[in-house]
Write a protein that binds this ligand. Structure first.
Ligand SMILES: Nc1nc2c(c(=O)[nH]1)N[C@H]1C(S)=C(S)[C@@H](COP(=O)(O)O)O[C@H]1N2
Ligand SMILES: [Mo]
Length: 320
């Protein structure tokens, strides 16, 4: 574990200049509208979070947050990709309520010194919860701004102590075919599996997420725990995780198996590398008016100052 060097950004490096600019502009607007009193992104939702969900608050983490207005609760929880429940954006909200999320355990093993199965309550108490506003950029060229609640995945990995052989890590997600109409229809090689390189998994931006907007995750967003890896296309951020394994060889993810020419192992957001069937140069911001211009997609989804060193010397067109 100590062999893995975790980049520790200085505060001045954390937020690119244009984000700082939008932060100042946004603060000005928010102050003018009297919105700052309530503080926290939850106070800014067009329509607030669902009161029936239990609270899960996190300490705001400004150094890792975009200072942009979060997308509406309704978009974040009503326009989803969770193929186990179907391929329409409305399917997850319609069907995911039937997923059983209690009891829930996560088995962590493979190349680790202390393999262990954690109960979800144990995981919720493992480290202090933070609230981080991240951009989620889907490979389908749309994006949202989401206030996640969680802590760095590195906190969990510290507990199990990856061995020197651990070069990659896989995330296997829930498989409940009786309540998952998408699983019955094929589509992907189930269970949904994603993977990262070990240094990506240990990076302080890689968040293990338990909540959104100050509430525990709704099922359609990957309850009870999922990843948020904000510099990569959204499909890398596996939902409803049940098993984590540290491994030696580069694994195959479900999407790589389904369409190897379209979905690579790295899947770093990159405006210069086309998906074979569409450009990745711009994105549609969910919630914008139909007449709003598309937004330019940024290298590493705007997180380049933090993560570009991970890929020094790599050809990112080949390693897409
Ligand atoms: N288990 C699982 N995880 C998944 C997916 C999925 O289909 N199944 N879809 C991925 C994709 S393509 C995206 S864009 C994000 C969407 O997360 P959200 O619906 O919470 O915005 O989840 C990712 N995680
Ligand atoms: Mo996606």
């Amino acid at each position: 574990m100590s062999r893995i060097r975790i980049p520790q950004p200085r505060p001045s490096e954390i937020t690119p200049e244009d984000v700082w600019l939008s932060r100042r502009r946004w603060l000005g607007q928010a102050a003018a509208m009297g919105m700052l009193a309530g503080a926290g992104p939850a106070a800014l939702a067009a329509r607030g979070p669902d009161d029936s969900l239990p609270d899960l608050k996190g300490r705001p983490s400004p150094s890792y947050s975009l200072m942009e207005k979060p997308s509406a609760w309704d978009d974040i929880t009503g326009y989803n990709n969770f193929y186990e429940f179907g391929t329409d954006k409305e399917d997850p909200r319609r069907h995911a309520g039937r997923m059983v999320t209690e009891p829930w355990t996560v088995e962590v093993g493979g190349e680790v010194l202390k393999p262990r199965t954690f109960d979800i309550d144990e995981l919720r108490r493992l480290a202090p919860m933070e609230e981080r506003v991240y951009r989620l950029r889907c490979v389908e060229a749309w994006s949202m701004v989401i206030p996640w609640v969680g802590y760095p995945l590195a906190e969990l990995l510290r507990q199990v102590q990856p061995t020197g052989n651990a070069r990659f890590i896989t995330f296997e997600t829930a498989l409940q075919p009786e309540v998952m109409p998408g699983v019955k229809r094929g589509i992907l090689d189930w269970p949904y599996v994603e993977a990262l390189r070990m240094d990506e998994a240990m990076h302080p931006l890689t968040l293990l997420v338990f909540g959104v907007y100050g509430k525990v995750l709704p099922n359609q967003n990957g309850a009870p725990l999922r990843l948020a890896v904000p510099w990569k296309y959204g499909f890398k951020s596996a939902k409803s995780i049940v098993r984590i394994r540290c491994v030696e060889e580069q694994p195959y993810s479900s999407w790589m198996i389904a369409a190897p020419s379209e979905y690579g192992f790295y899947a770093n957001v990159n405006p210069d590398v086309r998906h074979p069937r569409w450009s990745q140069a711009t994105e549609r911001r969910i919630g914008d008016s139909l007449f709003a211009p598309r937004v330019k997609t940024r290298m590493f989804n705007g997180y380049g100052e933090l993560v570009a060193p991970l890929y020094a010397g790599m050809d990112l067109a080949r390693n897409f």
